[in-house]
Design a protein around this ligand. Sequence first.
Ligand code: KG4
Ligand code: ZN
Length: 366
Amino acid sequence: MISLHQTRIKTNNCFTILAIESSCDDTACTIIQSDGKILGEEIYSQKEHIRFGGVVPEIAARAHMAHLPPLINNLFEKSKISWNQIDAIAATCGPGLIGGIIVGSSFAKGLALAKNKPFIGINHIEAHALTVRLPHITNKIIPFPYLLLLTSGGHCQCIHVKNIGFYKKLGGTIDDAAGEAFDKVAKMLGLPWPGGPALEKLAKEGNENAFQLPHPLYGRNGCDFSFSGLKTAVANLLGPYQHLSSLPHSFAADIAASFQKAITDTITNRLENAIQMVPDTKYLAAAGGVAANQYLKNHLNKLANQYNMNFISPPIQYCTDNAVMIGWAAIEILQKTLQNDFIPDDIHLMPRPRWPLSDMYDRLKN
Ligand code: KG4
Ligand code: ZN
């Protein structure tokens, strides 16, 4: 049976999505309009993990369960939007930590069934990839194709984004993700979790040429990444210091700056190969938590200029995990499927810890 909302999506250019993100340690929800206007957003970055120095999956799932209902209530109260105005509900269905994905997607499906609205299951990586097209980032929607560096706590990949549903992974990490390396090195330096922002801050006080750290895979063909050796090299430098309290501040700052330089040089080198794999691509985009790093961004910008490309990166709050990217991905998918006169309804889509981007094309077919 076609609902009122489905009719509204089909007949009206402007529709409104409620979106939920819960794949890691951020519980987030938003209400976003199909023109990209954000009508409200709520996010809770889980503090429950701080004392463990990293995300604990079981705790994350329970925290999503506790925080999601009040966040949704706040979202509706603050935005003054009523359920009648919501046309579809979207949530992350993977990839990520399965407990949190089950919580968020089941919650969204329950709402969709209760309120008789279509449910759209979103791939978290696809959402990061499409966020750079959010209209208010550049005042226009950047065109396909573009080359995306996606670098977060769980991922480090170069993706050729050819169109909605058409993604080609050009290379990825063979061991740690870049964010994971930032977090582990930060922990060794005694910095609070999550380590990336704290390490970037400390690096500002240090000398980036103080230590020559390894540049794994630098100069090799392809655009795969490897970061675990870097982490080991930092551990070796710290070897003589038995206790973090005995670590001189300037020494820690020099390590932070040298590490940030080494990881940035390596990423830039690998990305240069990726650029050469897609010669007609005019946009270089960066997304994911590590793309919030200003030092890295400056170098990516320089690299883009060198190749006559435009560099795009979302504002920090949309680089790290958020619900706006989930809502925007749902909008992009809906606008695409509407061209074939159908609205996806993913109510039977199972939550999944892995979900390759190569599977995304099929969902555009009825
Ligand atoms: O995308 P994200 O919020 O979550 C996922 O992993 O999906 O990324 C979080 C990661 C963490 O590893 C965090 O330390 C890193 O992004 N990060 C940063 C910065 N801000 C966040 N890494 C380096 N510099 C930053 N400013
Ligand atoms: Zn993410």
